[in-house]
Ligand binder design. Structure first.
Ligand SMILES: NC(=O)c1ccc[n+]([C@@H]2O[C@H](COP(=O)([O-])OP(=O)(O)OC[C@H]3O[C@@H](n4cnc5c(N)ncnc54)[C@H](O)[C@@H]3O)[C@@H](O)[C@H]2O)c1
Length: 83
């Protein structure tokens, strides 16, 4: 199965995209710094449905931390929504 890493994955589009790809059986990892209000609720909703989704609390401006996640996940696709 393909894998996807979604930056901003706890945001509005991110959780819905993650839910969609996880429902298709994809390996899904999300990355978010949870800076937007309400994202912790979004994350809880998502992980309740799909506990296998990996969550990484990272700010995309931290280049080293971002590179570490990408190296660990090695996604076949990246969806960039963090903003
Ligand atoms: N929702 C829409 O209708 C719409 C329409 C057109 C374009 N967009 C664009 O799509 C993207 C996502 O939209 P959305 O509605 O899901 O927004 P959102 O605010 O719900 O999600 C963005 C996520 O990015 C995270 N984030 C912000 N800064 C970050 C950082 N430095 N590092 C890591 N995570 C960070 C936030 O915590 C949040 O979870 C945005 O760029 C938005 O401008 C959205």
């Amino acid at each position: 199965m393909p894998s996807i890493l979604i930056t901003g994955g706890a945001g509005f589009i991110g959780v819905n995209a993650a839910q969609h790809f996880a429902s298709l059986g994809w390996e899904v990892a999300i990355l978010d710094n949870l800076s937007r209000r309400g994202t912790e609720d979004n994350l809880r909703w998502l992980l309740d449905q799909h506990p296998a989704i990996a969550f990484h609390r990272v700010d995309i401006r931290q280049a080293d931390a971002l590179a570490e996640v990408v190296a660990a996940v090695r996604p076949s696709m990246l969806l960039h929504l963090a903003a």
